[in-house]
Structures are given as structure tokens and as C-alpha cells.
Design a protein around this ligand. Structure first.
Ligand code: SF4
Ligand code: SF4
Length: 460
């Protein structure tokens, strides 16, 4: 009886970690995954160093609460875009999982990309292939082992620092990061500690914790079962074709399935499981077992695809519909999200303003000629990529005069500023000590918005 449901492949019965030494198989899927991984790694590492419209291509400036995406700057007041984006990403995950299972885990998750295409190949380069690594770990400490382990730790530490520094470039910006790197850590305690702690976590994750994160900690692995249906595409073992499994033997025709029980699919699995046991929580759908099994099938002259991308129905020899209710519903929700997002983006104002009464200031003053004056600040945000010149106005027929100090209200691209402004008006316009007027802000590039301003005066 199989007990794979009662134990973890990477933990023995005493609760000790069973280290996984997955072999690398250069097959059809691995080639394609390598191309995807290189593109994703290049994207992550290069984006902070690329400029669009004079700005860093992607910048998540949390301190300033400004987020730059490919030339467009989003401010804290643009929260609706963040909400729409998060909703879109969540439903995208549901949609792709319903269609292609855990394709994210095997092809795009940072955990897989960094481990399988950066840390593991370097480990292989230093310590050798899976069998050599196993032997090295088992042998007593000697000069060769100390040298290899020290070299690996050094390179892993350097990589972890590089990955973390790149993350920091997304948060603080590349110029401030380069500046900080040339200064003493004591001058920039917070980023220094961030780099130290996150580099340590990265080193721990990719140097030691590895597949345990997918098995024990990843929430996505937990709720994937409710996102999948029997028609979702998964890496699976064709039991009908493979069983009864058995070693390849010479002699008269054996009445056995195609699985020759070589165990290669298990030896290449980065989470240490046996795909022949069916869908398991630990499976990150990396396709390594499919490549491994195909290489075995080619060698023994049988058709490839004993382990393949298929769904439950397909593995049972049945046809499977591509369009199912949940796929159609997710696709419809995504389409609605896309429409709302596109509309919100196309109608987004690149300037914003608001009137603020300075804290602690008197609400109004009575001028020498008896008129009332309200002192306020107009706070204007220029979200565009060019300098804007703004002007302020009120409907002069109301008898209210607006006075700004220092001429044109000029604001550099991506900046916001406050300017003092005075609303002067005759006392006779007040009703119960209040007066409401429409003030407008206009820019020389076409921005024009009106806003009601509540003015105060003596209640006589
Ligand atoms: S690699 Fe293929 S043939 Fe070998 S044990 Fe796995 S499923 Fe069977
Ligand atoms: S069972 Fe296959 S697809 Fe799943 S994690 Fe292991 S090697 Fe990857």
C-alpha cells in the first residue's frame, strides 16, 4: 500500500529533512522554460536601469507614495487603479489555473526561476551533478569539501545581495541606491538593514529552505484544489498506458505497461515526489518528470508522453472541453476588468488640486476697505511628464476676487506644490457667515476643473 498521502517526500518518519538532489534533464519543456526564465530574469534585473520619458521604467516609491509604470506616474490618490490591478491579477490567476493548472509555479514563480535557473545551475557548476552532490554531502569534511562549500556560500551570498539590491532599486530608485552604495551604511541605516535582512532571507530560501517553501508555506498550493477542475491541464502520468509497471526485461514479449520503473521521474523532481501517485500538493508542475520520462521512452523505443501535460479526462482517454462554465465566467470577469481599467486609464486626469485652509490660521480677515479676505493654500499635483503652468480663477460676476502670489503656478513633471491664495469679497455676499463660490484651475495644456470653495466671514 502506498503511504505517500501520509508523509512528505522531503521529511523522514523521524521528522528530519530529507535533502533533495534533483538531476537536470535537458528536454523539450526544460528548453522552453529556460527561455522564459532568461526573459523573466532579464526583465527583473534590467527594468530599474531602463528609462522611459526620463523616468525609471518601474519605480515603487513607497516613501513618496508614487508608482511609475513605463512612463506613467500613479499617485496615492490613484488607489482605484491599484484595486483594479489587484482584482485583475487575482482573476487572471483563477483563469489561468482553471485552464493550465499551476503553470505559474512551474514557469514564472520567482521561487522556481531563481532556484532552478540561477542557484541550482551554479550549485551544479561548483559541486557537480546530483550524484556528485549527494556524495559530497555524505563524505567527511576535507579540503575539497570545505573549498566547494565555501565557494558556494560565497557565490550564493553575492547572488542574494544582487537580487535584494535590485529589489531596493525598484523601491528607492536606482540613483539613490547607487549614491547609498558609495556612502557609509551608518548614513542610510534603514536601506542598509533592509538589504542585510532580505539578503539573509534570500540566502536562506535558495541555499537551504528551497522546496519546503512550496510544500509548507505557499498559500497558492493550498487553495489550488478549489481552482482546478477535472479538465484543467496538469503534468500527469498516464496510468492506463504505464501500468502494470515493471523493469524492462529481455526475452519474450512482456505483458506490461510502458513504465519501466526506472525512477528517473522521481530523481529529477525538485520536490522529491513520484508523479505516478497522481496529483499532489507538492507538485509545482515544473515538467521535469515529463522531460525525464520522454528521454526514457525514446531510449526504449516507445512513444513519448507517458508523463505529459494533460487533464484527468485526457489521461483516462476521454475528450475534454476547453470552454467550461468556470473558464467562461473568469474570462467574462477579466474582460469587464479590462474595459473598466482601459476606460479609467484613458479618462485619468494628469493634474489634481484641492484647497486647504492653513492649520492654525484665522478663518478670515477684514480688510481696511471692509472687504473680507480668506487665506488658503491651493495644492496642485502635476502627474504628467512635462512642466505645467496653472492659473486660478473664480466667476468674477459673483464679486469674488482671487489673488495668487508670485505669478504663474509652475510645477515640474511628477511634482506637487502648494501655493498661497487669497479670496477677497464684499461682506454683503455672505449668508449666515458663509459664501460658496466655484473656483477653477486651468493649465496651459488643457486641464480645467471647477471646484466649490466654502468661504467664511463674520456671521452678522
Ligand atoms: S521515468 Fe517514465 S518509465 Fe521511468 S519510472 Fe518514471 S514514469 Fe516510469
Ligand atoms: S512531479 Fe513532475 S511536474 Fe511535479 S514537481 Fe515533480 S518533477 Fe515537477
Amino acid at each position: 500500500m502506498t503511504d505517500f498521502r501520509e508523509t512528505l517526500a522531503t521529511v523522514d518518519r523521524q521528522g528530519n529533512r530529507r535533502w533533495v538532489y534533483p538531476a537536470i534533464v535537458w528536454g523539450y519543456f526544460f528548453q522552453r522554460r529556460t527561455i522564459v526564465a532568461i526573459l523573466l530574469l532579464a526583465f527583473y534585473l534590467l527594468m530599474p536601469w531602463i528609462s522611459i520619458d526620463g523616468k525609471q521604467a518601474i519605480l515603487l516609491d513607497i516613501a513618496q507614495r508614487k508608482f511609475v509604470f513605463f512612463g506613467a506616474t500613479f499617485w496615492a490618490t490613484d488607489t482605484k487603479f491599484l484595486m483594479l490591478l489587484l482584482g485583475f491579477m487575482a482573476f487572471s490567476l483563477f483563469f489561468w489555473t482553471a485552464l493550465f493548472g499551476r503553470v505559474w509555479c512551474g514557469w514564472a514563480c520567482p521561487e522556481t526561476i531563481f532556484l532552478e535557473f540561477l542557484f541550482r545551475p551554479i550549485e551544479t557548476l561548483i559541486e557537480g551533478n546530483a550524484a556528485a552532490r549527494r556524495r559530497l554531502d555524505a563524505q567527511p569534511w576535507n579540503l575539497q569539501k570545505i573549498t566547494k562549500k565555501t565557494l558556494k556560500i560565497g557565490v550564493f551570498a553575492l547572488l542574494s545581495w544582487g537580487i535584494t539590491s535590485t529589489a531596493l532599486a525598484y523601491i528607492v530608485g536606482r540613483e539613490p541606491l547607487l549614491h547609498m552604495m558609495t556612502r557609509s551604511p551608518f548614513e542610510n541605516w534603514t536601506p542598509f538593514l533592509f538589504t542585510l535582512v532580505v539578503s539573509g532571507i534570500t540566502f536562506f530560501q535558495f541555499g537551504w529552505f528551497r522546496e519546503q517553501f512550496c510544500t509548507i508555506a505557499c498559500p497558492y498550493a493550498r487553495f489550488q484544489s478549489v481552482l482546478l477542475d477535472p479538465h484543467s491541464l496538469l503534468v500527469g502520468y498516464d496510468k492506463t498506458r504505464g501500468e502494470p509497471r515493471g523493469k524492462l526485461e529481455r526475452g519474450p514479449e512482456q505483458h506490461r505497461g510502458d513504465c519501466v520503473d526506472c525512477g528517473l521521474c522521481v530523481r529529477v523532481c525538485p520536490t522529491g515526489i513520484d508523479i505516478r501517485n497522481g496529483l499532489q500538493l507538492e507538485c509545482i508542475q515544473c515538467t521535469a518528470c515529463a522531460d525525464a520520462c520522454d528521454s526514457v521512452m525514446v531510449k526504449i523505443g516507445r512513444p513519448t508522453g507517458l508523463v505529459r501535460y494533460d487533464n484527468d479526462a485526457g489521461l483516462a482517454g476521454k475528450k475534454s472541453p476547453l470552454l467550461r462554465p468556470r473558464v467562461v465566467i473568469y474570462a467574462a470577469i477579466l474582460a469587464v476588468y479590462l474595459c473598466i481599467f482601459s476606460y479609467a486609464l484613458s479618462t485619468r486626469e494628469l493634474s489634481e488640486f484641492q484647497f486647504i485652509r492653513p492649520r492654525g490660521d484665522t478663518p478670515f480677515t477684514i480688510l481696511a476697505d471692509g472687504r473680507i479676505s480668506n487665506h488658503m493654500h491651493v495644492h496642485i499635483s502635476n502627474k504628467s511628464n512635462v512642466e505645467e503652468s496653472y492659473s486660478l480663477d473664480v466667476d468674477r460676476s459673483t464679486g469674488v476676487e482671487v489673488i495668487t502670489v508670485g505669478g504663474a503656478l509652475k510645477i515640474a513633471p511628477g511634482q506637487d506644490m502648494s501655493f498661497p491664495v487669497f479670496f477677497d469679497f464684499p461682506q454683503s455676499l455672505l449668508h449666515n457667515g458663509r459664501l460658496s463660490v466655484k473656483a477653477s484651475v486651468t493649465s496651459d495644456r488643457g486641464f480645467h476643473v471647477e471646484q466649490a470653495v466654502s468661504l467664511l466671514g463674520p456671521n452678522e
